[in-house]
Design a protein around this ligand. Structure first.
Ligand code: CMC
Length: 436
């Protein structure tokens, strides 16, 4: 989408007080709503647009991910998430997001090799982990350690050098599982486990998380495939809060490690990546099917801050396509592990009750990806505090791809929103002794 694609469709903005009017061009993408180009609006009209939460604002041009929230469609580089989750693997999806095309055999091998040979952390970074309290939330450790990568990998912080950008991207994708596993190991008081180059990405992560030096660890292929699929489902999601945070941080020219640390911080919140942790806590709090109506009632009550976690989405006004894949995966993993989890039964009953309730139907609130991911992760033995960490691990490639696209965009400017000021003006400074 560029200026040259501006078509004849357009809007005219009229200032009723002065009878002046301005033509606002409309730009068309390859899919999705058109955008009204307001870049010259302030210069022409002396007015800003006002859009808290960016509910009607396109912040950038992008070719990476497309979402149709009404239809429940998610595509990466034009490929549907359902097809990618079924036929692809996470390394291929990473390559696709970063390069725009699926890799051929040789490209895939080279990429996988590069990721594999970047999985180890600078040994000095191990001391960094040891500085945290044992009871630190692993997301707190992750924000700190990823931010600190800029202090360890100076040779990939020059954002104007395409080679350094590529090396930083590979380092971030490769080291994130090692950082995540270390955060977990530290919290349970076990020794850090080094990566092994004969394992694939998901296998390596499971091994670093769950193996101990005292005995051999055999990766369960069903769990490794489920892990890989969870990574695919979380790989990218357009201009969400954390991705926008990464882009905004990067727009000032900050190095990629600092930008991704900012993204991790943004993802942590319960309205975003923290929701899968919140879903599990909610299911545990509900405890029994009999209490579902009480919690549904609370979710509908305007005076009660309780919300049905794992339900609703800013963009999806239909079933989140990731949730459908996750639901199937959830059943597969539980069957493989022979786990009969009452929380899964509770979740399915809750989903059924909510979907048949007019409140949720009218507001188009459907299960999102987080509704089922927590149950799978729990069955795989991850503690709840690790759920958002896994989201961050998987989303790193999306953040990196979006950051790289932003740096390479000739229209890129530092992000600097303006405001509608409603505070005091022109006050006289009172001396301390005169203040009541
Ligand atoms: N339970 C009950 N009511 C809800 C819920 C919910 N989970 N979500 C939205 N609503 C109501 C909300 O009260 C509002 O009602 P009204 O119009 O009467 O004021 C209406 O639906 C619209 O909600 P909103 O908060 O204006 O919508 P939003 O787009 O700002 O919020 C959301 C989206 C995801 C933050 C919100 O749906 C929510 O808090 N969901 C629970 C948290 C959650 O599952 N988050 C994970 C998102 S998916 C993972 C990711 O991509 O990060």
């Amino acid at each position: 989408m560029t200026d040259t694609n501006a078509n004849t469709k357009g809007f005219t903005l009229t200032d009723n007080s002065s009878n002046q009017s301005w033509d606002l061009p409309v730009l068309e993408g390859t899919a999705g709503p058109s955008v009204i180009d307001v870049r010259k609006l302030y210069a022409q009209t002396d007015c800003f647009t006002y859009d808290p939460g960016f509910t009607s604002t396109g912040s950038c041009e992008s070719k990476i991910t497309y979402i149709d929230g009404e239809e429940g469609i998610l595509m990466h580089r034009g490929y549907s998430i359902e097809e990618l989750a079924e036929k692809s693997d996470f390394m291929e999806v990473c390559y696709l997001l970063l390069h725009g095309e699926l890799p051929n055999v040789a490209e895939k091998k080279t990429f996988e090799n590069s990721i594999t040979y970047h999985t180890m952390l600078h040994e000095q970074m191990m001391n960094f982990f040891r500085g945290f309290r044992r009871d630190s939330h692993p997301m707190a450790i992750m924000v700190g350690v990823v931010g600190a990568m800029s202090a360890f990998y100076h040779d990939s912080t020059d954002i104007s050098d395409p080679h350094q950008r590529m090396v930083a991207s590979h380092r971030l994708i490769a080291k994130m599982p090692t950082i995540a596993a270390n955060a977990y190991k530290y919290s349970v008081g076990q020794p850090f486990v080094y990566p092994r180059n004969n394992l694939n990405y998901a296998e390596n992560f499971l091994m670093m998380t769950f193996s101990v030096p005292a005995e051999d660890y055999v990766v369960n292929p069903v769990l490794a495939r489920a892990m890989d699929r969870i990574f695919i489902l979380h790989a990218d999601h357009e201009q969400n809060a954390s991705t926008s945070t990464v882009r905004i941080a990067g727009s000032s020219g900050a190095n990629p490690f600092a930008c991704i640390a900012a993204g991790i911080a943004s993802l942590w919140g319960p309205a975003h990546g923290g929701a899968n942790e919140a879903v599990l806590k909610m299911l545990q709090e509900i405890g029994h099917k009999d209490r579902i109506p009480e919690f549904i009632q609370r979710a509908k009550d305007k005076d009660d801050p309780f919300r049905l976690m794992g339900f609703g989405h800013r963009v999806y006004k239909n079933y989140d396509p990731r949730a459908a894949v996750m639901r199937t995966s959830c059943h597969e993993v539980l069957a493989e592990l022979g786990v009969e989890d009452p929380l899964l039964e509770l979740a399915m009953e809750l989903e059924k009750v909510a979907l048949s309730d007019p409140y949720f139907a009218e507001k188009k609130l459907f299960p999102n990806v987080d509704f089922y991911s927590g149950i799978i992760l729990k069955a795989m033995n991850f503690p709840t505090s690790m759920f958002t960490v896994l989201f961050a691990l998987a989303r790193t490639v999306g953040w990196v791809a979006q950051w790289k696209e932003m740096i390479e965009d000739p229209n890129q400017k530092i992000s600097r929103p303006r405001q509608l000021y409603t505070g005091n003006t022109g006050r006289k400074y009172p001396n301390l002794s005169d203040r009541s």
